[in-house]
Design a protein around this ligand. Structure first.
Ligand code: SOE
Length: 395
């Protein structure tokens, strides 16, 4: 069986997905083969160059054509958040399986529409999944397994941080990720969404309410070169100002309750000087604790409180053995993997689900649940950190 993939977008995430589509069938033995059929972008010259560089058969500038063509089976959405809903809804309506980057959408109402459409499409065998790739890091999958097996006992604390520093310089330009109408939110939706999903995934508990603060430390930034066409960049007199307003959060910090009884803290920031892409999650339970640190993604720290007192202490598990999730397909024992492999594993799980007629996870409904948390964080922060309940997604 062949799955002909059409991908929309070719920047950072498009490149990461391309690498994964290219690799997945070379490494994993799967019931279907992905064919990198068509890539789409707005600029004909640039997307054609991207097709050559990233290994796609052909390129187009028309995503509406891509999602309706008979020779495309899967649509992979790697665009900024403001077009996720439109592209994914059109693709589902055309009967295509859809993989959509995170966060699922820019608003709860868009995410709700996408989850409803995905649920309806499921009934006729059309599959959809949201790209929370860190679920597919072997150490994260193992963390989930340890908790599901009861090795931590009752989970009491969740401590999650995702820290970056790429906009500390106030002269860093006003790129799309800093504009609410394009990105939905800032650090919160871009990297906070990852730790929300990851902690819900590993604990099996959902966030039921939050109290939050958010901050935009630098409120105006230079417009990127060539962006004078931005609506926000033209003032009342038709002049082109050289700076524009930052309309998203630079950092978001919140406490939360999980529906299984755990207390949690979350911090997502693009102002953590020196922290480039630092995601860390620690879970404490009645029988033990476990820690995942993305900068050491082949490892887990595990504290087993059931061991004899004299032997207790955090131990380091190297998650590189054939017994560990995803690892048997790669290299001999002890050989490490990296960031890009999480995307290859994501494509592996997606292809297998589509080919065997199973619904992959995280579903659009799971991703709606994350969107509801993002929304609750924003509401709480706007109301001076007052408690905001998170309603269940119910799709
Ligand atoms: C940018 O902050 C970004 O590329 C995120 O959008 C990704 O999801 C994350 O993996 C790395 O950082």
């Amino acid at each position: 069986m062949q799955l002909r993939v059409g991908m929309v977008g070719y920047a950072f995430m498009g490149a990461a997905h391309s690498q994964a589509w290219r690799t997945v069938n070379r490494v994993f033995d799967l019931p279907a083969r992905a064919r990198m059929a068509l890539i789409c972008g707005r600029d004909a010259g640039k997307v054609s160059e991207a097709a050559d560089r990233l290994g796609w058969d052909a390129s187009t500038t028309d995503w509406r054509d891509l999602v309706t063509r008979d020779d495309i089976d899967v649509v992979d959405v790697c665009t900024p958040g403001d077009s996720h809903a439109e592209i994914a809804l059109a693709a589902l309506a055309a009967g295509k399986h859809v993989l959509c980057e995170k966060p699922l959408a820019n608003t709860v109402s868009e995410a709700r529409a996408m989850a409803a459409a995905a649920a309806a499409a499921q009934a006729v065998g059309v599959r959809s999944m949201c790209g929370f790739n860190y679920r597919r890091v072997p150490a994260v999958a193992m963390m989930r397994q340890l908790i599901a097996d009861g090795r931590l006992g009752v989970v009491r604390h969740v401590r999650a941080t995702y820290l970056q520093d790429w906009i500390v310089d106030p002269q860093f330009p006003l790129v799309w990720r800093l504009q609410k109408d394009r990105a939905g939110s800032g650090a919160l939706g871009d990297i906070g969404a990852h730790i929300i999903d990851l902690t819900q995934f590993v604990t099996g508990q959902l966030i039921s309410g939050v109290s939050a603060v958010t901050e935009t430390f630098v409120r105006e930034r230079p417009l990127p070169a060539g962006s004078s066409g931005l609506a926000a960049s033209v003032d009342g007199d038709g002049h082109h100002p050289s700076v524009g307003p930052v309309t998203v959060d630079d950092a978001a910090v919140f406490v939360a309750r999980l529906d299984g009884g755990a207390l949690a803290t979350y911090e997502a920031s693009r102002f953590a000087t020196g922290r480039k892409n630092a995601l860390r999650v620690e879970i404490n339970g009645s029988l033990g604790s476990v820690v995942f640190d993305l900068e050491r993604l082949n490892e887990l720290e595990f504290y087993d409180a059931t061991r004899p007192t004299a032997e207790q202490g955090f131990s380091r598990i190297l998650v590189t053995e054939g017994e560990h999730p995803y690892m048997s397909a790669w290299w001999p024992p002890g050989h490490i993997i990296g960031y890009e492999h999480s995307f290859t594993h994501q494509m592996r799980d997606f292809i297998e689900a589509v080919a065997t007629g199973v619904d992959p996870t995280p579903s659009f409904s799971d991703a709606l649940q994350v969107q509801l948390v993002l929304d609750a964080v924003t509401r709480s922060a706007e109301l001076g950190s007052s408690w905001a309940d998170v309603e269940p997604a119910l799709v």
